[in-house]
Design a protein around this ligand. Sequence first.
Ligand code: AHM
Ligand code: MG
Length: 349
Amino acid sequence: MGFCPTWQRPYLWKKGFEMNKTVTLQEFIMDGQAAFPFVSGQLTRLLTDLAIGAKIVNHQVNRAGLAGILGSTDQVNVQDEQQQKLDVFADRTFLRILSAGKSVAGIGSEEREDFVLCGDEGKNGKYVVLIDPLDGSSNIDVNVSIGTIFSIHKRTTPLGEALTDEDFLQPGSHQVAAGYILYGSSTMLVYTTGTGVNGFTLDPAVGEFFLSHPGMSFPDHGFTYSINDALLARATPAVRSFIEGCREATEPAFRARYIGSLVSDFHRNLIHGGIYLYPSLINKPEGKLRLQYECAPLAFIAEQAGGQAEDDSGRILDRKPEQLHERVPFYVGSRHLLHALKACRQAGS
Ligand code: AHM
Ligand code: MG
């Protein structure tokens, strides 16, 4: 252990919380407010609103089959993908709740072509949110875990002025917070404000998130790789050689695990150790995943948990987006596996 002491010592322990005490997400956020430079009252409000949105979306996800709202709408989103009904619901829910608070100036959603300004044309809120309201939505019809991913930046234009594109096109390294909600066998909210990663599990009986995974970190060694195998023939030689290496390893042997739902695949790898890859492809060099809505927030969490996240040329968090819906190849997970992938790249394989 020991290369990143901050995330080894979860915030609660530093503050002297009793770890046998039940801690709600709200308590945790409130307590953090005073301790960190960016955790002002507005960020507290914003994180609280995201948790409220999570509970509402979770309720709909759980009752989707019963309510007859499974399946697709006939609309196509900005990425030319067919939208699912729950995508629409999640998008509207998060936008409604976040716009109603006073802390958000503007929101970019994976489901919307352009960003949305909140309040008085975005002049007042301190933060900008980028959100994938329901990732992995092609899995909804088959009852597979899905997720929400969010990224929070401080606005760059001064308060009182209208937001510009630049507020939404900041590199991931400027994020003040990022997180995801996993609608799985349990519903979890995992987030970071740059001082480690903490996970909270929803108790559906009382409708409250409780701290269940303090100080999350990638295990030092992980032996799971997650990639859509059908894409491999079109992936780069480095990725093919890396996967070949994983397949050949025997001491210990690797496991291949791919749910096809990014939040679920990332979460499993964070707990057990592993690597997720969505590579650049011969006919699609930019890959599939969106820098702003998926890769940058998960990269922030990964680094805070002692892991690593890269595209084909370097650190995801250093990449400055040129457009809102930019796509990037994405490799994220345990450090030693990212190092091995880099070695394949450097070997020119
Ligand atoms: P989405 O944002 O349209 O849901 O797409 C993102 C999803 C990820 O959750 C998942 O890892 C990936 O797409 C799966 O893609 P593929 O089916 O090409 O393997
Ligand atoms: Mg998505």
